[in-house]
Design a protein around this ligand. Structure first.
Ligand code: SAH
Length: 345
């Protein structure tokens, strides 16, 4: 309730706020006040479904490092590491790669103090540096960056076509001082194919985060891998703002700060040519993980598993790769410097 009161107060004093401002405040409050993952939480992510996900990404990172020429120092960066599970699995899977652990400086970009504590425990024994944003990452060494379900948490703006023009969706107050969605005249965009009620989304936060990563890759060398739910064909996907509470969709204005508020990522807009970098994908998560060898990894794990564990491994494999589960909705996009060809594409 504290968050809703503070947002109401803000609107009373400053007028309606756009969705980006609203989302920024809600997401920050949400992640700073809980660990939201798993069966008892609000949602589950790929690294929490199975150790195979982080293990394969660990192998992906090690392969990139070899393609860069096995530099004696590089930054292994993860954005929004959650419980630290992906990084822990990736590090365990790469233990045997000669020189790799010695070369990796681990940098985590995380805004939640609650989750930083979890990450500290998960990655015990490694020297780790935390950052609030990309800006404070060191310069001068190559980087290999991972981001799973990070971009979807960054703020979006929404526009709705109404009365012959694009208007920005804003959160205001209704007659009884309750939060409600309204419109503010805004965008002089082309409206050729728009019809009344259409919604489109733009994320300056996502665009500028990815373009900052690309600038780093151009200067420092390396690779970046973004995995998230999203679409590949430009606009026209309508309203993708969603709130998940206890694994169910809830109204985005109900229980604010108590549900995970995200938007689908516009991979079509991100996968543009970056001068001096290779762009790989977006492709679907299922084929990507298959190419990295997830079926072989599952078969190996099953050799030392009892029947129940074997069934769990099969279920996780299906969950991560089947087109009607996470395999098609989730997309994978990579950027790479210096003619590196990242695995899986
Ligand atoms: N990658 C993890 C967690 C995904 S949830 C997994 O796959 O399980 C999103 C993560 O991003 C959380 O760790 C959250 O605290 C972090 N996060 C969200 N917005 C952020 C921001 N603007 N800056 C830094 N971290 C952020």
């Amino acid at each position: 309730m504290a968050l809703e009161d503070s947002i109401r107060h803000h609107i009373q004093h400053n007028g309606p706020m756009n969705i980006a401002t609203f989302m920024g405040q809600v997401v920050s409050y949400y992640y700073n006040s809980r660990d939201p993952f798993g069966a008892d939480g609000d949602f589950t992510t790929a690294p929490e479904v199975s150790q195979m996900f982080g293990e394969l990404l660990g192998a992906w990172v090690a392969d990139c490092w070899m393609q860069i020429g096995q530099p004696a120092n590089f930054m292994l960066v993860e954005c929004g590491p959650g419980r630290g599970t992906l990084m822990a699995d990736a590090l365990r899977a790469t233990k045997q790669v000669p020189g790799f652990h010695e070369a990796a400086q681990i940098h985590l970009i995380e805004m939640s103090d609650v989750l930083k504590e979890k990450q500290k425990l998960a990655i015990e024994g490694f020297a780790v540096e935390w950052h609030d944003s990309l800006e404070t990452l060191p310069e001068g060494v190559p980087l290999i960056l991972l981001a799973n379900e990070f971009l979807d948490a960054l703020p979006i703006r929404q526009f709705q076509f109404a009365d012959g023009q694009w208007q920005e969706r804003v959160v205001g107050l209704n007659g009884s001082e309750k939060l409600h969605l309204g419109l503010a005249p805004a965008l002089d965009g082309p409206s050729d194919f728009a019809s009344e009620g259409d919604v489109k989304e733009v994320s300056q936060a996502v665009q500028s985060f990815v373009s900052d990563v690309c600038e780093r890759l151009k200067k420092q060398g390396g690779t970046a891998l973004f995995i998230d739910y999203g679409y590949t064909q430009g606009h026209g996907h309508g309203d993708t703002l969603q709130a998940l509470k206890k694994h169910r969709f809830v109204d985005v204005l109900e229980n604010i700060g108590e549900a995970d508020l995200t938007a689908h990522v516009d991979f079509g807009a991100l996968a543009v040519a970056e001068k001096g970098l290779g762009v790989f994908g977006p492709i679907e998560q299922g084929p990507f993980l298959q190419k990295l060898g997830i079926s072989q990894r599952a078969a190996m794990l099953k050799q030392n598993a009892n029947e129940k564990q074997g069934d769990d491994i099969d279920a996780a494999l299906k969950r991560l790769t089947a087109p009607n589960e996470m395999g098609a909705l989730f997309k994978v996009l990579a950027f790479a410097s210096d003619n590196i060809h990242p695995a899986g594409f």
